[in-house]
Write a protein that binds this ligand. Structure first.
Ligand SMILES: *Cc1c(COP(=O)(O)O)cnc(C)c1O
Length: 378
């Protein structure tokens, strides 16, 4: 029987036991059962983000949690720096625009992460900047940004750092408290191997102080309302409790496996994919590649649409295309969540078979061999 594998960088595959955990009769949320579950999930989220901060759950995709944090931290009088190195970074600048939040941006060439110097220059030029928003893993360009370095600078300048960790948290090293990040955001459908529908934030003390003094016009995404929920397990509005049931199982599984082990395995899968690409003469797009998702440039003479279609229809691998200017030029493979090295070897094999069918000339099997070599050494 043919098997289908979802290799897009969100949503990602959900393990069978988590799917079954969510196939649960509906229960009421103003009950001890719900509160107990919600409190356990908040504690597990603290492990996930590596923080002692509060971790509210917002019903909505990752963008809802990000919007809540941005709006909460940026009342009139504050100013943000939002460097744009991809589609998601652009989104956070758009959120600022939508809420009339004072902000400046800098366009960074796609394929590169945001550098500490980019932030430093912006702050030197404009002392009003007291908040920085960056994307740890820019999924659209498959690039990595050094959050630890930027956090250090933000501490020195007494600025608040908000990080979109939607394809970083649970995939690559994230150490919120150790690095001094004020707020991290993630969503359910990426590295947490859950269906779409939940946004998670981790908020440190400095960010909470900002939020509590804030006065932006919003209601459902007013993150202040969620603070009590973290201590009591009582959500302000009806929570998506069957999804939270799945979250509890996902986070228990992540804790059992250990974040360090997951980070190492994600890095191995990404390295295997990059080495496989090099072995068959396919270029990795990013100059600062991130380990949670790999973007490959479609070789000249190969039709991107046909490549993705063949991968899916013939070989069962649903991969993603490029976004924005990279549409038609790039394909992306996820290394997040419920995916292992054997799925990854399969994806590389399917890519080789597909490229062969589409007339690309290369040494068939060299990619799989290069990937196997990486796995044999890790
Ligand atoms: C997927 C993604 C988002 C958007 O999340 P939604 O859950 O679709 O709202 C934001 N940032 C990054 C880096 C992402 O990968």
């Amino acid at each position: 029987m043919k098997k289908f594998r979802l290799f897009t960088p969100g949503p990602t595959m959900v393990p069978e036991d988590i799917l079954l955990a969510m196939a649960h009769p509906i229960f009421h949320h103003r009950t001890p059962e719900h509160r107990e579950m919600a409190i356990e999930v908040c504690e597990l989220l603290q492990y996930l983000f590596q923080t002692k901060g509060h971790c509210p759950i917002v019903t909505g995709s990752g963008t809802s949690a990000a919007e809540a944090v941005i709006v909460g931290c940026l009342s009139p009088g504050h100013k943000a720096f939002v460097p744009r190195n991809g589609k998601f970074a652009e989104r956070w600048a758009k959120v600022c625009k939508a809420f009339n939040i004072e902000h400046t941006t800098k366009d960074i060439e796609w394929g590169y992460g945001v550098k500490v110097d980019d932030v430093k220059q912006a702050m030197d030029a404009d002392p009003k900047i007291d908040t920085v928003i960056v994307v740890h893993s820019e999924t659209s360009t498959t690039t990595y940004t050094d959050v630890e370095g930027i956090a250090k600078l933000c501490r020195e300048r007494d600025a608040i750092l908000i990080v979109d960790g939607i394809t970083a948290v649970g995939a690559i090293p994230v150490k919120m408290d150790e690095w001094g990040v004020d707020a991290y955001i993630t969503g359910s459908q990426k590295a947490l191997m859950l269906p779409p529908g939940l946004g998670f934030a981790a908020i440190g003390e400095r960010a909470w102080n900002r939020i509590e003094g804030g006065n932006m016009a919003c209601y459902y995404t007013d993150i202040k309302a969620y603070k009590a929920s973290v201590d009591t397990g009582d959500a302000p509005y009806t929570p998506a409790n069957t999804l939270i049931l799945g979250t509890r199982m996902a986070l228990r599984k992540i804790k059992e496996q250990g974040l360090e082990n997951i980070w190492a395995e994600t890095a191995s899968m990404a390295k295997a994919m990059r080495e496989a690409a090099a072995a068959i003469g396919v270029q990795v797009f990013a100059k600062d590649p991130v380990d949670s998702v790999t973007g490959l440039l479609v070789p000249e003479g190969v039709d991107e649409g046909k490549l993705r279609k063949t991968m899916k229809a013939k070989h069962g691998f649903h991969i993603a295309g490029g976004q924005g200017d990279l549409k038609g030029k790039m394909v992306r493979f996820s290394h997040m969540g419920y995916v292992d090295r054997f799925d990854t070897l399969g994806a590389i094999s399917a890519l080789e078979l597909t490229l062969g069918e589409l007339g690309f000339k290369f040494d068939m099997g060299a990619g799989v061999a290069a990937a196997q070599k990486v796995f044999s050494q890790s």
